[in-house]
Design a protein around this ligand. Structure first.
Ligand code: PMP
Length: 428
């Protein structure tokens, strides 16, 4: 197939007519699909049903050190849940705070604490220091950007590279003391599925931000979400690396079991070095006496340990692999050689990131919508919903079935091609 960019105006017009006819046919088939958010399907939820039997009215709800989970205390979680989450966060047990059902909730709260209260060893909370800014690798997770904007930060995008965020760009920005922090999804990032290399993590740990009260927010939401067993990415323990380099105070690590057991019904946790942990506990103790320890106990009894989580994740991988393969094979067969699109093939995580021809992502997503397919809005992968190249589209293949996904991926391909042809004709 000839590359679209090499076609004459007449050839492009012919392509456009053929694609428009194909699009209308798909539209008439009455699709009604939603690929907009990374949600597990019913089959994946079933994998974790046994969790609901792990604690019942006949089982004791007492922890290994005699805490009654049906009552108040302790604030930072039961010991066995701290141990389990220490494995996910790759930190020591005493560096864990186990929270409620959502890591995003914990990220929001920690960010709000840093805004309102003095971080250890610092004189003023962020909010009393005038304009505050946050480094946001992009493409990234839309809800990180939403929290950051909502709490009043100016967001500073930095590009993603194949081994993590562009740290040259980040280092340049953090010379400014009003830059207070940086997001990073270190493993199987949302949406590109990129894992930070050992070198990138070591460089993070060696960075010297101008602000003493700077904090990295590492969101390790996809810590155990390998899709292809042997081809899995490995992440080195982040907090340990920071501590080795004497910069442990700069890192917060977050994770949850949302994409392991039940989204919105799992357990979430923070990993942090001692002074940061004391800071978190001090302020958290004002908003809650403690989180849901019965759910913590349920998770511990169900998984037992990290090995239990890893075995469980093999079942998720078996459910997810055909979905990722379907989407990627469809892209391959429909788009190879057109020269207008590229996509990643992640080894894990929940998303595929797709790059349409610059200037056409919005139009392609609108075309999909017009034919019954909802995708994450173009631009959502960038701060302020604004992708400067208008090219990134986030694909969330977990929810639809394989047959539906094939139709959805085909419709996306036709829409991307149509949008590209329209754009190329405009410029002729
Ligand atoms: N972080 C990332 C990177 C995510 O993709 C998601 C879910 N889409 C979350 C956090 C949300 O996690 P939780 O349910 O624990 O709030």
């Amino acid at each position: 197939m000839k590359r679209y960019t090499e076609m004459s105006a007449d050839e492009l017009k012919d392509q456009k007519a053929a694609l428009a006819a194909e699009y209308e046919k798909m539209k008439a088939s009455g699709l009604n699909l939603d690929m907009s958010r990374g949600k597990p399907d019913a089959g994946q939820l079933k994998i974790s049903r046994g969790l609901l039997d792990a604690v019942d009215s006949k089982t004791l709800t007492v922890t290994e050190n005699g805490i009654e989970c049906a009552n108040y205390a302790p604030l930072d979680g039961i010991p066995e849940a701290k141990r389990l989450m220490a494995g996910l966060l790759m930190v020591e047990e005493d560096e864990v705070f186990v929270g409620g059902n959502s890591s995003l909730n914990l990220m929001h709260d920690v960010m709000a604490f840093c805004l309102l209260f003095c971080l250890p060893g610092c004189e003023k909370p962020w909010i009393k220091q005038g304009e505050v800014k946050f480094i946001c690798p992009a493409p990234g997770y839309d809800r990180h950007f939403a929290v950051t904007e909502h709490l009043g930060f100016t967001m500073l995008p930095v590009p993603m590279k194949s081994d993590g965020p562009d740290l040259d760009a980040a280092e340049e920005l953090m010379r400014d003391p009003s830059v207070k922090g940086m997001w990073c999804v270190p493993k199987y990032s949302n949406p590109q599925g990129i894992t930070c290399s050992d070198g990138v993590i070591k460089r993070f740990a060696a960075m010297k931000p101008a602000a003493r009260d700077f904090r990295f927010f590492f969101d390790n939401a996809y810590a155990v979400h390998d899709l292809y067993g042997d081809e899995r990415d490995e992440l080195i323990p982040i907090l340990a690396e920071f501590k080795k380099q004497g910069s442990g105070q700069y890192a917060f690590i977050f994770s949850s079991t949302s994409k392991i057991t039940f989204p919105g019904g799992g357990i979430a946790a923070i990993g942090a070095a001692k002074e940061n942990m004391d800071f978190i506990k001090k302020h958290m103790s004002m908003q809650t006496i403690g989180y849901d320890k019965i759910n913590q106990l349920r998770h511990v009894r169900y998984f037992k340990d990290m090995n239990g989580i890893k075995q469980h994740m093999k079942k998720h991988a078996a459910a997810m692999r055909p979905k990722f393969d379907t989407v990627i094979n469809t892209f391959q067969s429909e788009l190879s050689g057109c020269g207008i699109a590229s996509w990643n093939k992640p080894s894990g995580g929940y998303f595929i990131s797709f790059d349409a021809m610059p200037g056409t992502a919005r139009r392609a997503v609108d075309l999909c919508k017009g034919a019954g397919l909802t995708i994450t809005p173009a631009g959502a992968t960038h701060p302020y919903g604004s992708d400067p190249d208008d090219k990134t589209i986030r694909i969330a293949p977990s929810f639809p079935g394989v047959a539906e996904l094939e139709k959805a991926a085909k419709l996306l391909c036709v829409s991307v091609k149509l949008a590209a042809v329209e754009k190329l004709l405009e410029n002729k």
